[in-house]
Design a protein around this ligand. Structure first.
Ligand SMILES: NC(=O)c1ccc[n+]([C@@H]2O[C@H](COP(=O)([O-])OP(=O)(O)OC[C@H]3O[C@@H](n4cnc5c(N)ncnc54)[C@H](OP(=O)(O)O)[C@@H]3O)[C@@H](O)[C@H]2O)c1
Length: 361
């Protein structure tokens, strides 16, 4: 049994608990481990109560609590962190140091590599589980396509990956109040959504490469501010090329806060054909793939029904349960070292463009 404590009664936490309910109703994974939602922690108890009423409901025994209480509650097995990026490191380090808590923390894991090392040092010292919630990596589409491309070599040698992910929709508008446009909360397209194309490039370029050694990176950011103040500028468009000269592979990635994605976010070119990842609506969640070979044959697969009516956040929750049950401290698919590599890419792009947050001082 995994008893979750949800930290932050905001947008992503509401989507994560909706998916935990899907998992509770449809136990999944090799050991069909049971999950419960023990507590929701907020800066204000009334906000946590409202969140429970609106998104969880009766019958789950979920308590509305404050941050201190959830950190120190021995009945909570793992904390899900749905706070703005700038609060990830301070909160997670405290939760590990004070409460020896296991952690699943939203992406981007921290603002920079230095903050990530603080978390990893605490997790190592207190021997707790820690994982970055890069949910896309746990989708069956991702796992099956990666196997098809690298084990079965269905499209031959992979040469190029192209991935674009944008957001600014009716549902998720980028407004001056939104944390994504707020530099003090780690705003900017690169950290918020650019991390998805980087993840796709990382997964569909040869995963045995080490970006810190094998990739040369060139990048450009376009800075904008919705307040009109230069000091508030964050990147609204982020683009980069990753070049692996040894493996003769290249990825071009981009992210923007100006439109919403339409489901066609990734294409992968190989010597025998091309593969597309189909995402769900304007999200980066991979829902299926289509492979078009040069000989005209097409292989297509849709995993939509597997979602059981959820968005797919429950796949990463399954992984947390499975690893915890084995006494593991990290997930193989999103290991501590993998988070380090992704953070290195994000830091490199920001340094190339002289874009720094307070946390970089
Ligand atoms: N995996 C995904 O698909 C996905 C999607 C969206 C967001 N995210 C990630 O999830 C994290 C949260 O994003 P979100 O969109 O859920 O943000 P959000 O809606 O603004 O919620 C963040 C929550 O953090 C808490 N908080 C505590 N101190 C805060 C402060 N000083 N300013 C603002 N909020 C504060 C608030 O909850 P309480 O007051 O209740 O504590 C707030 O509701 C981000 O790191 C983001 O990258 C991931």
């Amino acid at each position: 049994m995994v008893n979750w404590g949800i930290v932050g009664a905001g947008g992503i936490s509401s989507r994560f608990v909706a998916d935990l309910k899907v998992l509770i109703a449809n136990p999944a994974g090799p050991n069909k481990i049971k999950h419960t939602i023990g507590a929701v922690a907020s800066t204000q108890i009334e906000k946590a109560e409202k969140f429970i009423n609106e998104f969880i409901g009766d019958g789950y025994g979920t308590k509305a609590v404050g941050y201190d209480e959830v950190i120190n509650d021995p009945s909570i097995d793992v904390l899900y962190i749905g706070l703005p990026h700038t609060l990830h490191a301070p909160f997670v380090v405290r939760a590990i140091e004070e409460g020896k808590k296991n952690i699943l923390c939203e992406k981007p894991i921290t603002i920079n590599a230095r903050e990530l090392e603080d978390i990893l040092a605490a997790a190592k010292k207190h021997n707790v589980f820690f994982m970055e919630a890069m949910w896309s990596r746990y989708f069956p589409t991702f796992l099956e396509l990666q196997k098809k491309l690298y084990d079965d070599k269905v499209i031959g040698d992979i040469k190029k990956v192209q991935c674009t992910f944008n957001t600014d929709s009716k549902e998720f508008p980028i407004t001056p109040e939104h944390r994504a446009a707020n530099k003090k909360l780690g705003g900017g397209a690169l950290l918020d959504i650019g991390i998805y194309p980087i993840t796709y490039a990382r997964t569909f370029l040869d995963p045995s490469a080490d970006p810190t050694k094998d990739w040369s990176i060139s990048s450009e950011l376009i800075m904008e501010s919705l307040t009109g103040n230069k000091a508030d500028e964050v990147d609204f468009v982020a683009s980069a090329i990753f070049n692996d000269k040894t493996r003769k592979q290249q990825a071009s990635i981009s992210a923007s806060f100006h439109t919403e994605s339409d489901g066609n976010i990734v294409s992968i070119e190989g010597t025998l054909g091309r593969a597309y990842v189909k995402a769900i609506g304007d999200t980066p969640s991979p829902q299926g793939y289509k492979i078009v070979l040069k000989d005209g044959s097409v292989i297509e697969k849709d995993f939509f029904a597997d979602l059981n009516g959820g968005e797919g956040f429950w796949y990463e929750a399954v992984e947390v349960g499975e690893v915890l049950a084995k006494g593991g401290k990290q997930s193989e698919l999103m290991s501590w070292d993998e988070s380090r590599k992704i953070m290195w890419v994000l830091d490199t792009i920001r340094k190339q463009n002289d874009f720094f947050y307070e946390q970089d001082q």
